[in-house]
Write a protein that binds this ligand. Sequence first.
Ligand SMILES: Nc1ncnc2c1ncn2[C@@H]1O[C@H](COP(=O)(O)OP(=O)(O)OP(=O)(O)O)[C@@H](O)[C@H]1O
Ligand SMILES: [Mg+2]
Length: 297
Amino acid sequence: MARRIAFINYKGGVGKTSLIVNVAACLAKLGQRVLLCDFDTQSNASIWLLKLDRWNKINAAGDGAVYSIFDPGRARLKDIVVRDVVEDKAGAKALPGLDLVPTTFNLVDLESEYAGEPKRPAYLIFQEQLAEIESGYDVVLFDCPPNILRASQCGIFSANEIYVPANPDALSLIGFTLLVEKLHKFHALSASFRRAAMGPAAQVQGIIFNSIKTGTDIEVPKMRMQLRLNQFKAAKRAAPTAKIFEAQVRDAMVVRRAVTLGLPVILVGQEASEEAQDNVVNDYRKVAAELLRQAGG
Ligand SMILES: Nc1ncnc2c1ncn2[C@@H]1O[C@H](COP(=O)(O)OP(=O)(O)OP(=O)(O)O)[C@@H](O)[C@H]1O
Ligand SMILES: [Mg+2]
């Protein structure tokens, strides 16, 4: 069974997308077969990995993105997967093993216009279709927006593990707290749809600090986060093995530039100053290695 992992925090802009894209790339580089599913209607991960031209075509067609599996329900997940999504300037495959379930702006309609059937919530439809293709992967990753509305629920329901990207500030701590609360409610609401074969409902397994500026002492925010995590563990609202990752990602200009280049940071290469790139690449590699070590489910 593939490991199924969601990255989410109720705080926006903490680095969920940049972490998941770069960690996915590191995992693929290590030989893992990775499927990244984009559940954020902003489409940041999809635009990043497809680059604007390819993404624009899907957005204009109104087809071929994840919303099509719900409405009109013509497409199936297996047909919309973009295999080996990362391409170089010449259009050659640049990172075999990293596939994408893209999204476009129409995913926003899932929250309001989509009626669906009460007995078949969107997250169940997604989970059933993921089950058809999951055996082709070692890791399935879900990039979620900072909420647990319908699109996000698709990732949360299918996931067995949750990781929380955080910045060393009070708002990230609030976001984490809110997330655990909402998660508890969603699991209760969706419990009747779970089947044994899906494995356990996802709990927080780890917190990953991101965008750490050089010279910043993050001991105090880290300690506060650890205390909160301990409280949740004691209340059985986080996995017993949950921890703050030893690996953390520094703040580096190349992360922002990588988006413009349409490449994960490990492939940016000569475009960036060697030193800055090497360092943040190593940060992502360490996060990926720690994620592989962290016990699933
Ligand atoms: N390590 C880093 N160094 C420098 N900039 C970073 C780093 N990580 C993320 N950023 C930048 O911070 C901004 C927010 O990051 P990102 O989009 O990954 O966050 P997010 O949590 O996914 O946001 P949202 O809640 O909108 O989905 C982006 O402009 C991104 O390029
Ligand atoms: Mg994001």
